[in-house]
Design a protein around this ligand. Structure first.
Ligand code: SF4
Length: 233
């Protein structure tokens, strides 16, 4: 299966009844500011080249962001911060992401998330997280020939990703590496001939973090720059 085939399969998924109902309800009711727009209202596939060296892992689509535009982190405040930082370090061709056909392209970088459907209050249940894991595992398997570093935005993504990495052929140490901003762990490959994977942590680009100054643009850019260096970008 190719990345485009995987992306197509993800957008048809209806495995989590609560999230299917929520994503579709939001898409019908809409936020007043977007009432003239057609919402995506489906699972959101990864965004970026199929031979990416760097993978960025978030949490889940925002109800009126990616659930509206159909593209990861596109159309909300979190994405505004993230794409500005990606542009500042040379990983995006423009600093803004408005809609799915705005010309944005990522350089050697792909974005994904452990949960693909917008959850109520941005909080997927553990069952929903575990149900959706197969998509991230499948995506990582397709990226394995090229991916050398992962930046995880927030503790939820970190916890969700570790089992995916363990079942994808990298040795995850015990006790499990702790999430923190600036955390960096090199995971050796289990299978011979594979490359190690550099795992980086960053506070999530949510407004709770960026409005309060817990995560500044400089802090985010530092993590992205370090990860890009280790990925060979
Ligand atoms: Fe499918 Fe994942 Fe959406 Fe659940 S969250 S319905 S597993 S795409």
């Amino acid at each position: 299966r190719s990345i485009p085939e995987l992306d197509a399969a993800i957008t048809d998924c209806r495995a989590c009844p609560r999230l299917v109902a929520w994503r579709e309800k939001v898409a019908v009711e809409k936020r007043a500011a977007f009432r003239d727009q057609e919402y995506w209202g489906r699972p959101v596939p990864g965004f970026g080249p199929a031979d990416a060296k760097l993978l960025i892992v978030g949490l889940a689509p925002a109800a009126h962001g990616a659930n509206r535009t159909g593209r990861m982190f596109t159309g909300d405040r979190s994405g505004d911060v993230l794409f500005a930082a990606l542009h500042a370090v040379g990983l995006a061709n423009q600093p803004t992401a408005v809609h799915a056909h705005d010309g944005l392209a990522l350089r050697d970088t792909r974005m994904s998330s452990p949960v693909r459907c917008a959850p109520p209050a941005n909080k997927p249940t553990p069952t929903e997280r575990d149900t959706c894991r197969r998509w991230l595992t499948a995506e990582l398997a397709l990226l394995t020939p090229t991916v050398r570093a992962v930046v995880v935005l927030g503790g939820f993504g970190w916890q969700a990703l570790l089992p995916v990495l363990a079942e994808s052929g990298w040795a995850v140490p015990r006790p499990l590496p702790r999430f923190g901003h600036g955390a960096h762990v090199e995971l050796p490959p289990v299978a011979p001939g594979r490359e190690p994977l550099h795992l980086f942590g960053s506070y999530h680009v949510s407004q709770q973090n960026t409005f309060t100054g817990r995560l500044t643009p400089a802090m985010l850019e530092d993590v992205l720059r370090a990860a890009a260096d280790h990925a060979g970008i």
